[in-house]
Design a protein around this ligand. Structure first.
Ligand code: FES
Length: 99
């Protein structure tokens, strides 16, 4: 059985659906697709890319605890610059009036 190499990623803010490789982060895939996704550090430290995971599951790369609290994670929030897809995803970025 072929391994899945990418998943479908829907950005609710722009109503676009793109491919996100399993070794790509949501942010990387969005930028490559020309989507103006909000971010600053891209390394899990600032929280600018905080997004709500509307559907699907992700695995998170190492990040600062300050950028995504456990409460935020429990509320379904994630960091687009740290999150790699484990399934097809729908996300909403929360800065710039999103969500
Ligand atoms: S862009 Fe800074 S935490 Fe994601």
């Amino acid at each position: 059985m072929a391994r899945v190499k990418s998943h479908r990623l829907t950005i609710a803010n722009t109503r676009q659906t793109i491919d996100c490789g399993t070794s790509q982060t949501i942010l990387e895939a969005a930028i490559m697709a020309g989507i103006d996704y909000p971010y600053a550090c891209a390394t899990g430290n600032c929280g600018t890319c905080t997004s709500h995971l509307d559907a699907g599951t992700v695995s998170l790369l190492p990040r600062s605890d300050a950028s995504l609290s456990q409460q935020q994670a429990k509320a379904g929030q994630t960091l687009a610059c740290r999150a790699r897809p484990r399934s097809d995803l729908t996300v909403t970025w929360l800065s710039r009036g999103g969500g």
